[in-house]
Design a protein around this ligand. Structure first.
Ligand SMILES: NC(=O)c1ccc[n+]([C@@H]2O[C@H](COP(=O)([O-])OP(=O)(O)OC[C@H]3O[C@@H](n4cnc5c(N)ncnc54)[C@H](O)[C@@H]3O)[C@@H](O)[C@H]2O)c1
Length: 296
């Protein structure tokens, strides 16, 4: 089970989060809230600024819901720093960090490139984690000299709310790193599960299977988006329907995962539905662009 908030557990940690998008800002905000010194880096300054604004909004919401006081928010913001990519390099941002959590786009070569750069400058004891939702941890680790300290830390969206942390152990990941990742997850108030590196792990494989079928049902005109979502919410007690969830996650993110799982597992379940490809081509990426299966 997850811990109650004890900020002193994180007093010696400096966590670098790479990528300030949907997931990165959520992870950074949660880590600072839980007591860590956090650096948030994004290759794009506008994305970094958006990430900062989203973190402030999350904290304001937490005040309204009496989950944080103004003092908690001030403390969390004082522990957060935002690394302007036009003024500082990623390697500068790595100085003295104890944990790196990468939340850059879901592309193997990009993640490998980031970790190659990071590994060259961080200390031997620094834990390296990827928030990938589907890519192979072993494949990303091929870029590393010390794959034993590399692991998957798969958070869920929105990070401040979703209690699960799916920890993905690669073939080379050491037991010590698995135990440390569990401890980090619990300190972040998450409940960890540990799974082996396999396409889509446990969560994305099941989530994409359901999401793709929901899109095919919609495409075939069997039911409206609202009714497909209601079916899962009211009939199966899902907190949110599969199409609304696709909008929340981002249709581009879901398409990339679906293509990857189709390539890896070969079954038609993972073949991306045509409507998903069409919407992504039109720039209808879900909540982040104002339109997906719903309008925002
Ligand atoms: N969206 C979700 O619900 C979700 C859930 C769990 C895991 N994930 C995974 O998390 C990762 C990030 O997904 P996201 O939805 O936050 O994506 P996103 O597109 O919202 O954010 C990615 C960010 O990375 C930045 N970026 C691009 N190249 C970079 C680089 N070289 N260095 C630093 N930053 C760089 C982009 O500017 C962008 O702000 C992916 O691996 C994804 O599969 C996503």
């Amino acid at each position: 089970m997850s811990q109650t908030l004890d900020q002193s557990r994180f007093q010696h940690e400096i966590i670098l989060v790479i990528g300030a998008g949907t997931m990165g800002h959520g992870i950074a905000g949660q880590a600072a809230r839980c007591g860590a010194q956090v650096r948030l880096y994004d290759a794009n300054l506008e994305a970094l600024e958006r990430g900062k604004a989203h973190i402030e909004a999350i904290y304001q919401k937490a005040i309204v819901k009496s989950k944080m006081t103004q003092e908690d928010v001030d403390g969390a913001l004082s522990r957060l720093s935002f690394i302007n990519p036009n003024q500082q390099s990623l390697t500068n941002a790595c100085a003295g960090v104890t944990v790196v959590i990468e939340a850059a786009p879901e592309r193997l070569e990009l993640k490998q490139k980031i970790f190659t750069e990071v590994e060259a400058v961080v200390s031997q004891s620094c834990l390296l984690a990827s928030n990938t939702s589907s890519l192979s941890i072993d494949k990303i680790a091929e870029a590393l000299n010390h794959p034993e300290r590399f692991i998957g830390m798969h958070f869920f969206n929105p990070v401040a709310i979703m209690p699960l942390l799916e920890i993905v152990k690669g073939k080379a990941t050491s037991e010590e790193v698995i135990a440390r990742t569990r401890w980090i997850g619990e300190t972040l108030l998450k409940t960890p599960i540990v799974v082996k590196d396999a396409p889509g792990f446990a969560t994305s494989r099941l989530g994409i299977a359901l999401g793709n079928e929901a899109m095919r049902i919609y495409e075939e005109g069997v039911a409206s988006a609202e009714d497909i979502d209601r079916a899962m919410v009211l009939g199966y007690r899902h907190p949110i329907g599969p199409l609304a969830l696709t909008d929340l996650v981002g249709l581009d993110v879901r398409l990339a995962i679906s293509e990857y799982l189709h390539e890896q597992l070969g079954t038609d379940t993972f073949k991306p539905p045509q409507i998903l490809k069409d919407k992504v081509a039109k720039g209808e990426l879900g909540k982040k662009t104002g339109r997906g299966f719903y309008e925002y």
